[in-house]
Ligand binder design. Structure first.
Ligand code: FAD
Length: 463
């Protein structure tokens, strides 16, 4: 039976931060001791386990969260197992009165959460969830005929004319630590690569954690935002925010990004450039929202075409050597190879180049987008259950508001346009232009024609 001193439990998931964390703030505000828990769940059915680079990120992010919580007087308890069982055990052990979390949007995750909420309520625990990962909850943005949007521009227009996203919450001043409970160390989760340790490039490139997320946002808003619109498509220039893995793990909320960006608009000689950059930047955040709203409508988006007529796409038999050459950056197409090597080394790739390598895989190598999506899932530090499959389907033509299939990027023209001096390609493919650089593994013109012929099959199928 819960008493006045029974604790409040905060279950952390994709929200590894103490600032603007509604679940944590609610627990702090309850005046009860607080138990903060992270559950490493590889058992609940249907939940996609994070890929290798994302696991590396998670390891460091959990350490950073633990430090933030300790500063506030609490601890991060880490447990492993099916969330339903782990949370039930914890409610029993602590005799908790309250249970809080911030929402997730995948179907398997929602199913787990609903089951846990009902079970908690059945035992008299007040369970409450909050919106914290999205600016607009998926069920609040609807067309005039009360259907979800399938096209981005009217979607984002509807978002912008909805009530503005709430202001971010401050971190709690302090937390009363709940009982000391036995848990695992972050190391015991085994999230880091060991044999071999391939994470050297990730360590050089990134600092996971809430403080680093905030520093990236501040640096972007003071240095880059004014030129964002102009430079964001140039992979040789560091012109974007690099916030995506921080947003993926919720080390920063979109509300914090939204309000800080809005506040950066102001007077001064560059005011109009800053305003323009801010609007473009927020509309990119809008693509993240659109990807999540699409996931909410199409929970199987990582494995199933959003447009089912693409199920009839005549993918040729997989050529494993071609897939490997793409993965390893040995296709003989410099911009593709540069992108794939950047990805392998740093765990990220410039957005423009992501589009080019995805188009090359699906439309020049004629390899099913799911192979590319899975490789990105394993190698990106920002690999995201909504944004990754959404964007793959966008490039492949099967997705929501997708690029038309017949828009096949020519990776050589893309290089000339977006990397005209070769800064980006030379950084990642130093042997480009020498004898040791391979010839292209496919003819771009021929493969483009084959892709369009394959697409005709889909188009005819559609009637
Ligand atoms: P900025 O230009 O600073 O943009 C700000 C934020 O807006 C990003 O951090 C991100 O959260 C969001 N954003 C920007 N573009 C997109 C987009 N097209 N779709 C969704 N959100 C966007 N992004 C991921 O976060 N995770 C993924 O797994 C992922 N996979 C992708 C796969 C493909 C094939 C493609 C073409 C794009 C993918 N993206 C993904 C989108 C985009 O490439 C990255 O979000 C962006 O490169 C991250 O860099 P940034 O934080 O500096 O972006």
């Amino acid at each position: 039976m819960a008493t006045d001193s029974s604790p409040a439990i905060v279950w952390f998931r994709d929200d590894l931060r103490v600032t603007d964390n509604p679940a944590l703030s609610a627990a702090a505000g309850s005046g009860r001791p607080v138990v903060c828990v992270y559950v490493w769940d590889e058992e609940s059915p249907g939940i996609r386990p994070p890929g290798g680079a994302a696991r590396w990120w998670l390891h460091h992010s959990l350490i950073a969260l633990g430090e933030e919580l300790e500063r506030l007087g609490a601890r991060l308890l880490i447990r492993r197992g099916a969330a339903e069982q782990v949370i039930a055990d914890l409610l029993g052990e602590t005799d908790a009165a309250l249970l809080f979390w911030n929402r997730r949007y995948g179907l398997a995750e929602r199913t787990v959460d609903e089951t846990i909420k009902s079970a908690a309520r059945a035992r008299g625990v007040e369970a409450t969830s909050f919106g914290a990962a999205l600016l607009f909850e998926p069920w609040t943005i609807r067309t005039g005929s009360d259907t979800p949007f399938s096209v981005y521009t009217p979607f984002w227009r509807a978002c912008l004319s909805s009530p503005a996203p709430r202001k971010p919450l401050d971190a709690p001043n302090e937390l009363a630590a709940g009982p000391r409970l036995s848990g695992l160390s972050v190391d015991e989760l085994g999230l880091l690569p060991t044999h071999p340790d391939w994470a050297g490039g990730l360590r050089e490139s990134w600092t996971p954690g809430e403080q680093s997320a905030r520093a990236s946002l501040d640096a972007f808003l003071s240095d880059e935002v004014a030129d964002y619109k102009q430079n964001r498509d140039t992979p040789g220039i560091a012109a974007t925010s690099r916030l995506s893995p921080h947003l993926r793990w919720g080390e920063i909320s979109p509300h914090q990004v939204w309000h800080a960006t809005s506040a950066a608009r102001g007077a001064g000689s560059r005011a109009s450039a800053i305003a323009e950059g801010a609007t473009t930047f927020l509309s990119e955040l809008g693509w993240r929202e659109f990807a999540y709203h699409t996931l909410f409508q199409h929970p199987q988006m990582a494995t199933q075409n959003i447009h089912p007529e693409y199920d009839g796409f005549p993918w040729p038999r997989l050529h494993p050597a071609a897939l490997r050459a793409w993965q390893e950056g040995r296709t003989g197409i410099p911009l593709v190879d540069a992108g794939m090597r950047e990805l392998w080394h740093t765990g990220t790739m410039h957005n423009r180049v992501r589009m080019v390598v995805a188009s090359f895989l699906t439309k020049n190598l004629l390899i099913d987008w799911r192979h590319g999506e899975q490789w990105f899932w394993d190698t990106l530090v920002d690999s995201d259950p909504a944004s990754n499959p959404f964007n793959w389907q966008w490039v492949a033509g099967s997705g929501a508001d997708a690029a038309p299939y017949f828009r096949v990027f020519n990776p050589e023209l893309q290089r000339e346009k977006f990397d005209p001096h070769g800064d980006y390609v030379r950084r990642w493919v130093p042997e480009w232009g020498t004898d040791s650089y391979p010839e292209p593994i496919v003819d771009l013109g021929e493969t483009r024609r084959a892709a369009l012929a394959a697409y005709d099959v889909v188009r005819r199928g559609r009637g």
